[in-house]
Design a protein around this ligand. Structure first.
Ligand code: HXC
Length: 264
């Protein structure tokens, strides 16, 4: 039976992820919250993970209401392998399986390289890149069992050497690379590994923190800013049978924005 709370305007079938279970880091806010909601709205049971349990619990409550789906909240800092391992174990104790891993936890801010402290650079590498490795390594046995799918969340910043973004460029270039390596290493085990690189997405922390002056999207070839919905669609494509023969891809969802020259 279709879930009565599911909005009827989805361009994907409502039950394409029925029986699937997802683990979404960064899933309590921003783009990754939208990704988690899209998975739940299309039949998946979802665990959302980030550092602060109170914020996560509030997000989970809201997401249960907006999707009608099952949302489980577990706190962990992706920088700490022990916390991630415990979070994955809680997820498995709760749902018993894992089919879709979304590595979305990220941190960022604007700074020229000469003003970045050693710790500031390391912090972003640790959250975005090492956090992605930690989480995937802990999830691997369960993804192997389910022949699951990994979706890493990257960014287009590194493709044109975005100024003020040395830390995020270095981290996200590494995330792209891991996505390809895992496709190669684990494809024979039935695991698919892909990456989504969102461009400027309206009403997100990333947008207000990183591109506060770019509110109308006129520089974007497609002529508008992205919406979280655009990233949701890419997520559903890659996570579902629609993407069954797709692995090792970095899917840029940015309206062509990265083709524009770097803005100083
Ligand atoms: C320079 C900064 C800074 C800033 C923090 N630091 N903010 N340096 N400019 N604006 C420095 C601190 O001084 C410190 O260095 C070091 O970074 C670690 O900061 P902490 O606050 O102690 O660490 P922590 O609490 O772990 O915070 C991590 C963070 C933070 C990355 C710095 O911003 C964060 O947690 N953000 C999460 C939310 C977020 O940013 N979301 C946006 C994601 S957007 P010192 O030397 O003083 O100890 C995104 C999209 C990317 O990722 C692509 C978009 C297109």
């Amino acid at each position: 039976m279709p879930n009565p709370v599911v909005p009827t305007n989805s361009i994907f079938k409502e039950d394409i992820l029925k029986g699937k279970v997802a683990f979404v880091t960064g899933g309590g806010s921003g783009i990754c919250k939208g990704m988690a909601e899209a998975l739940a709205r299309h039949g998946a049971k979802v665990t959302i993970v980030s550092r602060t349990l109170s914020k996560l619990e509030a997000a989970a409550k809201e997401m249960r209401a907006s999707t009608g789906g099952e949302i489980f909240a577990v706190a962990a800092d992706v920088r700490d392998p022990k916390q991630v391992q415990e979070a994955v174990e809680k997820h498995i104790a709760h749902y018993g399986r894992l089919d879709i891993l979304v590595n979305g936890a990220a941190g960022n801010f604007l700074s020229l390289s000469q003003h970045l402290s050693f710790n500031a650079f390391r912090s972003v590498i640790e959250i975005d890149l090492i956090g992605t490795f930690n989480t995937t390594k802990c999830c691997f046995p369960y993804l192997k069992e389910s022949k699951g799918s990994i979706i890493n969340v990257s960014a287009t910043l590194a493709y044109n050497g975005q100024v003020f973004q040395a830390h995020a460029c270095a981290a996200k270039a590494g995330v792209d690379a891991l996505s390809l390596v895992w496709a190669n290493e684990w494809g024979p085990l039935g695991i698919r590994s892909n990456c989504i690189a969102p461009g400027p997405i309206a009403n997100t922390v990333g947008m207000s923190k990183l591109s506060p002056g770019e509110a109308d999207g006129v520089r974007v070839p497609i002529g508008r800013l992205g919406e979280v919905r655009d990233i949701e669609h890419a997520t559903l494509y890659l996570a579902s049978e629609a993407g069954a023969f797709v692995t090792g891809q970095v899917l840029i969802v940015d309206g062509g924005n990265w083709l524009q020259p770097s803005m100083a």
